[in-house]
Design a protein around this ligand. Structure first.
Ligand code: PEP
Ligand code: MG
Length: 577
């Protein structure tokens, strides 16, 4: 049986026997406990036991997966220490007389709902962490220990409803061949984990836990997003061939790691990575990225409970710069507002947050906050090839305003005899149509452009990038977008050292690569995993052909026509993507 239409969370083909990982459903008594003091004691010892378990899981996670994965469990431990969480549970016991497990469930759900209602996918995903901690405490109150995946005899595919960080941390990583789950998204923990373990994962399969039985032979097809259960001989043979083909392809890609991104006729471009935190540089380096084309610094702010100070920011920026002794590192200044909020910086509700006080607009209002970040970047700039990039620029006036504040910071540092790179490159994101249309004017003020197609599409096509109902209109191949891209790259022509890059998702789309090359894009910035594939593609294209493709595409009438045309051309030129 083949189950289709799962969400591809991590590519590849895995074939192994299934382990259906089902949690023991605990019996939560919802009534009133006879002895509140006894419940408080049960809670206290469960909190202690949970803290000890979390520390040992954290050590295992750090040893096997690195600091970043370990940090998840530090965050879990912090939930346990959060008085709002623990005192909230105690209050439910002492004031309402509930059993400890019920009180814990109530408060966990309350916290969960708050995070789950947030617009930002990062915070929404943190709701799962809260649930994970709550479940651990409840299990400890009731003395329940869940199934153990830490010692597996053979290679296995884990079939689960969903996998929490605690589940994956204790797993026997050498034996886990793939994941298939009922729920989950590309940004869920299971997905992130599968990508970092580089094992195939297909999520969102609704009731895969009911369909698969322990010991079934399962194929997780992370290329097509399907799962095959007990395939017959012929099917299995074809999956094994597909797996071999994919592995050969990966090997071919990894052989390109240290090769340049250069076309067959010698046109060189730059392939760099998008990162959200310093730890992400490992993936960029591993995949052959030459530097960082977009460091989304807002995660540094969003992962912090208070406004991160200059020292903390300096340390983060410095570590990224030092990871790339030669390559450029483009540090984008704070892009908060829209769907991204900071708990410690309350902002008024807006009717249209994406058109409101976002990114530089907010920084111009909170100048001191902005200057802390700029000083931190400037101080770090002596440790590498730093580029400063301002997001959500709509006009040259805003560029000048941002540069004036930067100049103030430089003067302050000079007066204090603090070193910084006086020639630090300054650029802007082109993600608002007005900026794209005046790129020739803005060009006189900056050293580089980076086109943010994620927002450029939303603002040009009047399509909310988060709204599923209108997602069919969200099309980076729309000729309107292509014409704006062309206007931006054209504005850099003839000026030495000036480059136009792209850090929106389109830059990592294999179908777009040849077109973008032809439109004159110099720098392509994307998630680390996309780099090898785009590099292979660029190395199989002629720049002359790409320019012809771009000229034709600019005059087609719709995004669909552009995509069809690209597919036809690639087929004619025998270029596989
Ligand atoms: C973009 O808008 O294309 C972009 C890269 O920025 P973000 O996705 O962070 O808004
Ligand atoms: Mg953007």
């Amino acid at each position: 049986m083949i189950i289709k239409e799962g969400i591809i969370a991590s590519p590849g083909i895995a074939v192994a026997k299934a382990i259906v990982y089902e949690k023991i459903i605990v019996d939560i008594r919802k009534g009133h406990a006879p002895d509140a003091q006894l419940e408080i004691e049960k809670l206290q010892s469960a909190l202690k036991a949970s803290a000890i378990q979390l520390m040992s899981i954290k050590d295992k996670a750090v040893a096997e997966l690195g600091q970043e994965e370990g940090a998840i469990f530090e965050a879990h431990a912090m939930v346990l220490e959060d008085p709002e969480f623990t005192e909230g549970i105690e209050t439910e016991i002492t004031e309402n007389g509930y059993f400890a497990e019920y009180a814990t469930e109530l408060i966990t759900n309350r916290f969960y709902d708050i995070f789950d209602a947030m617009d930002d996918p990062y915070f929404r995903a943190r709701a799962a962490d809260i649930k994970d901690v709550g479940t651990r405490v409840i299990n400890n109150i009731l003395g329940v220990s869940q199934a153990d995946l830490s010692k597996l005899k053979d290679d296995a595919i884990i079939i689960a409803d969903d996998l929490t960080p605690s589940d994956t941390a204790q797993m026997d990583k050498d034996k886990v061949a793939g994941f298939a789950t009922n729920i989950g998204s590309r940004t869920s923990h299971t997905a992130i984990m599968a990508r970092s373990l580089e094992i195939p994962a297909v999520l969102g399969l609704c009731d895969i836990t009911k369909t698969v039985k322990n010991g079934d032979l399962v194929v997780v097809d992370g290329i097509d997003g399907s799962v095959a259960i007990n395939p017959d001989e012929k099917e299995l043979k074809s999956y094994l061939e597909k797996q071999q083909k994919y592995n050969d392809y990966l090997e071919e890609l990894s052989a390109l790691k240290d090769q340049e991104a250069v076309t067959l006729d010698g046109h060189k471009v730059e392939l760099v990575g998008n990162i959200g935190e310093p730890g992400d540089v490992t993936g960029v380096i591993k995949n052959g990225g030459q530097g960082v084309g977009l460091y989304r610094t807002e995660f540094l702010y969003m992962n912090s409970e208070t406004m991160p100070g200059e020292e903390k920011q300096f340390a983060a920026y410095r570590s990224v710069l030092e990871a790339f002794p030669n390559g450029p590192v483009i540090i984008r200044t704070l892009d908060i507002g829209g769907d991204k909020k900071l708990p410690y910086l309350p902002l008024e509700e807006e009717l249209n947050p994406f058109l409101g006080l976002r990114a530089v607009r907010l920084c111009f209002r909170e100048v001191e906050m902005f200057k802390v970040q700029l000083r931190a970047i400037l101080r770090a700039s002596v440790y590498g090839n730093a580029h400063i990039m301002f997001p959500m620029i709509s006009s040259v006036t805003e560029v000048r305003q941002a540069k004036n504040i930067l100049k103030e910071c430089m003067d302050e540092l000079s007066q204090a005899n603090i070193a910084y790179d006086k020639d630090v490159k300054v650029g802007v994101m082109i993600e608002i149509p007005s900026a794209a249309m005046t790129a020739d004017i803005i060009a006189k003020e900056v050293d580089f452009f980076s086109i943010g197609t994620n927002d450029l599409c939303q603002y040009t096509l009047a399509v909310d990038r988060m709204n599923q109902d209108v997602s069919y209109l969200y099309d980076p191949f729309n000729p309107a977008i292509l014409r704006l891209i062309k206007q931006v790259t054209a504005a850099t022509n003839g000026q030495p050292q000036f480059f136009a890059g792209m850090c929106g998702e389109m830059a990592g789309d294999p179908l777009a690569a040849m077109l973008l090359l032809g439109l004159g894009l110099y720098e392509f910035s994307m998630s680390a995993l996309s780099i090898p594939r785009i590099k292979k593609l660029i190395r199989s294209i002629r720049f002359e052909d790409a320019k012809k493709m771009a000229d034709t595409a600019l005059n087609l009438e719709s995004g669909e026509a552009v995509q069809e045309y690209i597919k036809d051309t690639l087929e004619k030129l025998k270029i596989t993507i």
